[in-house]
Write a protein that binds this ligand. Structure first.
Ligand code: PHE
Ligand code: ZN
Length: 867
């Protein structure tokens, strides 16, 4: 490679290079004098040698430009010749045996825009240490297999930072004579440094209490700015429900007497599971009907549960190295998905989760950044907090759950927690616990951890009327991915059933068939009528099913299957088949789609939430994924055409659904949420029909709304219209919410997602809006992340969309490399597009890679995307 970065090209970290640490750090004492401009950190590490090369020096990770102001070993200050800096590491030769190592550094949180380590956010000081942020706070062996007991003494100005929080229990507080105060915290549980956290600020707590199954009382606190206190009730309810759920479903109790959550406005990810002190992006804590949609409410509960569940799957048992990330993330996503399914509608939750998987993970698995759920190498670990590690990881755990059954899975998880408690474990440890607890061999299943790519399963059902038998032929292909040209077959658990095409009866009740080989077939006796195949029910495996089911059979399943997910799926497949045919100019059975939607709308046994999901057309992006080569214009034309005809043909039905779901008092029950969902979906179809009153209807919903779901739903419909009502709603929304950052994000997003022809210009203007900032990750994603997901505007034929996103990546990179890097993957899909667009996308990636001073984060994503 001959880019200017070639000299500085970082070395990949390899999983095969793992070596246990030479030195352990059983205890850490920190003394932190907090100050936004100059925070002094004194660290006292108790170190002892372990297993590594005897005589190896102590190596402590640091950050660029970080220098120790003082180093002492066993109380004796070291001279300059007794230590050295190598790269970003502090290297101290030590005799074998235990030592006490003191270091002192000064850091500047207010200048920390990367939001890793100690940083300032809206008057607060807070930390983010996963994956490698602790090394920006003090010199330390920053790797998850070094577990320590922490004692932290925080000192700060009492007026500015009245609240001082860290992990574990508070062991003392006091005032100083100079206007500062201090607090000391001790965490009795050994933990890796990525779980360390500290917060100082003027915060108020929503306090509550939870009594565990064994009768211990836990003080709960959700800490926010005073004005946000009324918006913390939902998060608190979710926290208590999560604590009870983990006791009931996994037998896991909370283990400290305090559990605190802090909400911050500037945060790189969703939230962080620091031991006893979770820190959240405020968008996953704050919710009230005026400012949060139903989807926001669900996200709050899901993320609160996720972080809470990490206390066991992540904290009590952590990861040996970052290649094992899915050990904690895949498992914990599975746990939070199941929690949410138990709290609300299981069927709708499954549909939503599969939508996310298909929108984010399938394209990743089919592109240049594809990696297995347990990767083999990385340049920058922050780039591996991916849909593959999280969402595919969760599907892999779900397959184990399906194959072992709920009880077997529980036996395995009990064993995993018992055997590995207090240690840093591997995916292999998890699999072995599942195996021994159940007396099974998961040999072939391990391939799911090592092989990337979404398997494709061909499922062909034939019927022999004369012998009254049916045969299902199955074949799997795992496609090649970067660095993995050849794949072995993987065990794929398929839930399947057969229905009678004439009688509608169940001919073969649901069973789980594990497709372990490349090919396989099943013979079904006593099949007297033509059978219809229902397969991958409940989305039992994260695969693509290729079948030859006709439009008629799919319509039949969409109306009669007894698995709600399979019903949804049949409708989706019918829509996909029809739209792909339209896009490719082949004959398409549009009438079948319209009739299936009509039937679903008319089915009074279905709940509104399900109907709202089932009648939605597949997204443009998903349709693109089905095609050999993506032409976004052709996709848009076909999809909008079908949407219009659905809107027009069924206009009376949409209006009836709209009227039947009219708002009637805000409630957060699944029924009320489902009605709001269907209401806005119906409004969208009424607008698609071209009805003259659509804009007025949407504006009326917008103005009469007593909750954000209805208001934002209406705004979403208006956002793509050309009508004075649109401008009126956007202005009204801005004026009403301009002081509320989370809601203002929605205002940016709705415009970035608009299907209007002038979206690119509008978004360019919004990037210069005084409320836009590159420094806040939520805002950056709200505008640029949303724009890059807008298939029409981003893929403008002249390449202006690509140029805009690349410009924003380059502008954001020096400020926040992690967030900038997460904007790269949409450009990395270039290979899937027609040649003109592919060349334009490539050119932007090349421009990015050629930029001097690029972060390792963006360099990795952009260079791999070209590769
Ligand atoms: N571990 C966090 C989670 O899944 C995600 C995270 C990663 C947050 C890195 C911040 C930094 O819940
Ligand atoms: Zn997590």
């Amino acid at each position: 490679m001959d880019s200017p970065n070639a000299i500085a090209t970082p070395h990949p970290i390899l999983r095969s290079d793992y070596r246990p640490p030479a030195w352990l750090v059983p205890a850490v004492h920190l003394e932190v004098e907090l100050d936004p401009a100059a925070t002094r950190v004194r660290a006292r590490l108790s170190v002892e040698p372990q297993g590594g090369t005897p005589g190896a020096p102590l190596r402590l990770d640091g950050a660029p430009g970080m220098v120790p102001e003082r180093i002492a070993v066993d109380g004796r200050p070291l001279g300059a010749e007794e230590w050295r800096i190598e790269g970003e590491q502090l290297v101290i030769p030590l005799d074998q045996g235990a030592h006490i190592v003191d270091t002192e550094v000064v850091i500047a949180p207010e200048g920390n825009t990367q939001l890793m380590g100690l940083y300032a956010s809206g008057g607060l000081l807070c930390t983010q240490c996963e994956a490698e942020g602790f090394r920006r706070i003090t010199f330390f062996p920053d790797r998850p297999d070094v577990l320590s007991r922490y004692t932290v003494r925080m000192v700060a100005d009492r007026a500015r930072y009245p609240v001082l929080l860290a992990n574990g229990d508070q062991t003392g507080t006091g005032d100083m004579t100079d206007g500062r105060h201090w607090a000391e915290w001790h965490d009795p549980f050994p933990k890796p440094c990525y779980l360390f956290a500290m917060v100082a600020g003027d915060l108020k707590a929503n306090r509550d209490r939870f009594v565990t199954a064994s009768g211990r009382s836990v003080e709960l606190g959700i800490w926010v700015r005073e004005a946000d206190l009324p918006r913390t009730a939902h998060a608190m309810a979710a926290l208590k429900a999560s604590m009870a759920w983990d006791e009931r479903v996994y037998g896991r109790e909370y283990d400290l007497s305090i559990f605190n959550i802090v909400a911050v406005a500037d945060f790189n990810f969703g939230a962080m599971e620091n031991k006893g002190l979770n820190i959240f992006n405020s968008r996953y804590i704050l919710a009230d009907p005026e400012t949060a949609t139903d989807a926001d409410y669900d996200a709050v509960a899901g993320v609160v549960a996720h972080e809470y569940f990490h206390n066991w799957s992540g904290n009590r048992v952590t990861c040996r190295d970052w290649f094992q990330l899915s050990l904690k993330e895949g498992f914990t996503v599975f746990r939070d998905q199941e929690f949410s399914a138990d709290q609300g509608s299981r069927a709708v939750k499954r549909i939503e989760d599969v939508r996310v998987l298909r929108a984010a993970q399938f394209p990743e698995d089919a592109g240049p950044l594809a990696h297995p759920i347990r990767p083999d190498s990385y340049l920058e670990i922050s780039n591996f907090y991916t849909a593959t590690i999280y969402n595919k990881g969760a599907e892999v755990i779900r397959m184990l759950h399906t194959m072992l059954g709920a009880e077997g899975f529980r036996r395995g998880s009990d064993r995993y927690f018992d055997e590995n408690d207090g240690t840093a474990a591997t995916c292999e440890d998890f699999l072995r616990a599942m195996e021994t607890a159940n007396g099974v061999d998961l040999g072939g299943f391990r391939r799911w951890y090592g092989q990337a790519g979404t398997p494709r399963v061909r499922a062909l059902l034939s019927h022999d009327a004369a012998s009254g038998t049916a045969r299902l032929s199955l074949a799997q292909i795992v496609p090649p991915t970067p660095g993995q040209p050849d794949k072995l077959p993987m065990p794929i658990p398929l839930r399947l059933a057969l229905f009678g095409a004439e009688s509608g009866r169940t001919l073969v009740p649901e069973r789980v068939h594990i497709l372990s080989e490349a090919e396989d077939s099943i013979l079904f006796p006593a099949i007297g009528e033509r059978p219809v195949l229902s397969i991958n029910r409940g989305f039992s495996a994260p695969v693509v099913i290729e079948s030859d089911r006709s439009a008629e059979d799919l319509a039949f399943l969409s109306a009669h299957d007894d698995d709600p997910f399979a019903r949804f799926e049949a409708m989706q497949q019918l829509m996909v088949d029809t739209l792909v045919a339209l896009i490719e100019g082949r004959p398409a059975d549009e009438a079948a789609v319209i009739e299936a939607v009509r039937t679903t709308l008319a089915d009074e046994a279905l709940d509104a939430a399900f109907v709202g999901e089932a009648v939605l057309l597949p997204t443009e992006a998903f349709l693109g994924d089905q095609l050999a080569q993506v032409d976004p214009v052709a996709i848009r034309r076909a999809r909008e055409g079908l949407r219009q005809r659905l809107g027009r043909t069924l206009e009376a039905q949409w209006r009836a659904a709209y009227a039947a779901t009219a708002a009637n008092g805000f409630a957060l029950t699944p029924v009320a949420k489902g009605r709001r969902r269907l209401r806005t979906v119906a409004l969208g179809y009424i607008a698609a029909s071209g009805a003259a009153d659509a804009a007025a209807l949407a504006l009326a919903q917008f103005e009469a709304a007593d909750n954000m779901t209805d208001r934002y739903g209406a705004l979403g419909v208006l956002g793509s219209m050309v009508a004075p009502e649109r401008e009126r709603a956007l202005e009204g929304f801005y004026e009403r919410y301009r002081a509320d950052a989370l809601v203002l994000d929605k205002w940016f997003t709705v415009q970035a997602l608009s299907t209007r022809e002038d979206t690119a210009e509008q978004v360019a203007r919004l990037a210069r809006h005084p409320d836009f900032t590159l420094a806040n990750p939520n805002r950056l994603r709200a505008l640029v992340g949303a724009f890059a997901a807008n298939q029409h505007a981003f893929h403008a034929a002249d390449g202006s969309g690509y140029r805009f996103v690349a410009d924003m990546i380059l502008a954001a990179d020096p400020i926040n490399a992690q967030t900038a890097a997460r904007l790269v993957p949409p450009l990395g899909r270039w290979r899937r597009f027609e040649p003109m667009r592919a060349a334009l996308m490539r050119a932007e990636l090349e421009r990015i890679v050629a930029t001097p001073g690029l972060s390792r984060d963006v360099f990795e994503q952009a260079s791999k995307s070209l590769g």
